[in-house]
Ligand binder design. Sequence first.
Ligand code: COA
Ligand code: AMP
Length: 635
Amino acid sequence: MTNTYEVAYKRSLEDPEGFWGDAAKEIDWVRECDQILDSSNKPFYRWFVGGECNTCYNALDRHADGGRGDQTALIYDSPVTNDTKRTYTYSQLRDEVARFAGVLRTQGVGKGDRVIIYMPMVPEAAIAMLACARLGAVHSVVFGGFAANELAVRIDDAKPKAIVSATCGIEINRVIEYMPLLNGAIELATHKPDKCVILARPECEAVLNPTRDVDWATAMATAAPTECVTVAATDPLYILYTSGTTGEPKGVVRDNGGHMVALKWTMKNIYDMDPGDVYWAASDVGWVVGHSYIVYAPLLHGCATVFYEGKPVGTPDAGAFWRMISEYRIKALFTAPTAFRAIKREDPDGLLIKDYDISCFEVLYLAGERTDPDTLHWAEEKLDVPVIDHWWQTETGWAIAANCMGLHQFPVKAGSPTKCVPGWDVQILDENGHPQETGTIGEIVVKLPLPPGTLPTLWNADERYLNSYLNEFPGYYKTSDAGIIDEEGYLSIMARTDDIINVAGHRLSTGGMEEVLSAHPDVAECAVIGVADQLKGQLPVGFLVLKAGVTKDDAEVVAEVVRMVREKIGPVAAFKTATVVDRLPKTRSGKILRGTMQKIADNEDYKMPATIDDPTILGEIDEALQGIGYSSGRS
Ligand code: COA
Ligand code: AMP
């Protein structure tokens, strides 16, 4: 028997232009496109070619002027700043955004210019993003937990005309001053922005650079509201940098037209949301989840979205999420499983849930990492709502696999994000590019063309785009995840096939960390692996081989490299553990056996690699890992 999901899925693959052409009717276009899918320059595909539009208009103005002006668009709740609470209606948010677009325009920002946004979880971050969209400028949001060096790398790649930032972020009760980070980054970068607009927060006074910096509030007081600038559907809306296999991040590009069409479609079909509903993605604007599901998708759909400047625990306790749901009558929550593991650890019996009326709450969505069965079952039992794991990546912008709640709800299988979402022709291949048998693990790839809203390329790096994603399996996008599709069509994501690790739902490159460790003057060689962690999913652990003749204490070198990673990449890397070893296990051709080291660390069975140069090294690695609480020394 076919259901609505199956009908939609089949049509999306057999007639993608018809399928997405229909979805595009939900968007207000300045000019309709000439061609829904342009395949003339394969493997570069373009959606809605000839179409003209404005993303900010679709997210705000059409609701503000179309009967939702007094409806709540954005809710801000900040337990870290004396419980600040603020809401914006669609009209208010549109007016703020139009004025901030005026501020940016006065600073010389126009269509196609890049603007870096380095901000905490305050509504002004969304206002800055939407103001860029209004002007046709291209924003690039950088997560606040990255250090100055990471910000500098992004400044040099995006070459922004302006940077929008704030005086500080707040981590539970710690004020993180942004100005030293911003100034440090601009000093490190070769490219210099013309202007910085700084939001002064009461927690931290602004010390502005008089020739470069503009105070947000002062500039807003006299700014003229700005109209929506028409852009091509294929023009870039934003660049979002994500970890690659080296320290050089990849600038994922998102277009305007395809992005709007896809995200608007997902709100009903995946998340089963209706305009007017309150939808909360508890993430950060610095991540793709924040772009797609804190800012753009809920607003495109006419929902109220939530900016929560707090944590699942500690602000003030593990009841924070239930307080939010009850206070704002939230219908759906989207977060990472690690947040639920943190709550479960503090309140294992879920007693705090009983303090709140969460009868409005209908469904929990999890992504960012695999939802482990324990967390899934705990959430299902304590909340008594469907708990839906779904799988996606920064590159894809929206879910590749999910239980599409607005189409058809399938039974949940623990450990699986259910089935491919319409638009995604997912296949499992072996390393030679041949299809794997059902139920056999392999490389997860997606047959081209990818649906709208996905990355058309990497910023100024077409060649890297081809090399990273398209060249290895011609005709397919390589996800760099390995997995299985079972006989019922359920997908399971098993592991990354590159050196990306997932720490508390954050994507990090072990290669990037190794670059930092190698720069230590006493380190001859190093390796970083991701080991299993009960709270964060994975944690990085470093192995250091010191140069001959180094007399410094091992602990001193370890402390120094830990500090270096925090300074170069940022606290978000959570790099706190390293150990000194005499040598690293390698293949005869010199490749470090990181996978085997990881298995030893996690106390899992492993096969002796046939190509190993000297098997006795593995015993030494095991011993070193036990010394830092891993392998059979795990508690
Ligand atoms: N600015 C500055 N520092 C930041 C930061 C930010 N925006 N975000 C995190 N950090 C810091 C933290 O304070 C911490 O610093 P520390 O080493 O001094 O303690 C470090 O970066 C690691 O942060 P995190 O991995 O978030 O760990 P945590 O122990 O602070 O919190 C959780 C653990 C599980 C509560 C937290 O990761 C969480 O809420 N996750 C929710 C999931 C999520 O948002 N995922 C994003 C993708 S959907
Ligand atoms: P990011 O680009 O930060 O969103 O990270 C994407 C990566 O996170 C994916 O390639 C997966 O490895 C992992 N990931 C995200 N969601 C899931 C999920 N639901 N199940 C398993 N892995 C996931």
